[in-house]
Ligand binder design. Structure first.
Ligand code: DQA
Length: 148
């Protein structure tokens, strides 16, 4: 099983970026844990972070042909703005789980709306980096049916 983890803008700063909100773990540490968890269960995990909307869209398009079965995505601030990234995920029709480190619902009102949640198989917010691990565990346990 092949799983793609996508992270949007500013998530490359994890570890030093507002640690009270986003935690102390770096993205490299989170990715390494996820890769190890997937590997231990015979799955392959690829991760990609970009600060650029088009690069994320290109990576989603590439996932259509590279064997990706599921996507775990934290779109960062694009959550609240990007119709284009939403359309990319809808276009490739790969099932995805949306993850946010912080509880966006108890933050500023502009963070309460997501362009992704109504397309997502599930949404995990506010559990920090554990959210990625819980999403991955659910996928590895066969909790979501692959589209193909
Ligand atoms: C975030 C929440 C977004 O509102 C914010 O813009 C981020 C991170 C989170 O993981 O909590 O960059 O997606």
């Amino acid at each position: 099983m092949q799983i793609l983890v996508l992270n949007g803008p500013n998530l490359n700063l994890l570890g030093s970026r507002e640690p009270a909100v986003y935690g102390a773990q770096t993205l490299a540490q989170i990715d390494a844990e996820l890769r190890q968890m997937a590997g231990a269960r015979g799955a392959v995990l690829d991760s990609f972070q970009s600060n650029h909307e088009g690069a994320l869209i290109d990576r989603v398009h590439a996932a259509r042909d590279d064997g990706t079965r599921f996507i775990i995505i934290n779109p960062g601030a694009f959550t609240h703005t990007s119709v284009a990234l939403r359309d990319a995920l809808a276009g490739v029709a790969i099932p995805f789980i949306e993850v946010h480190l912080s509880n966006v619902h108890r933050r500023e009102p502009f963070r309460h709306h997501s362009y992704f949640s109504d397309l997502a198989e599930g949404v995990i917010v506010g559990l920090g980096a554990a959210g990625y691990r819980l999403a991955l565990t659910h996928l590895l346990d066969g909790g979501i049916k692959p589209a193909r």
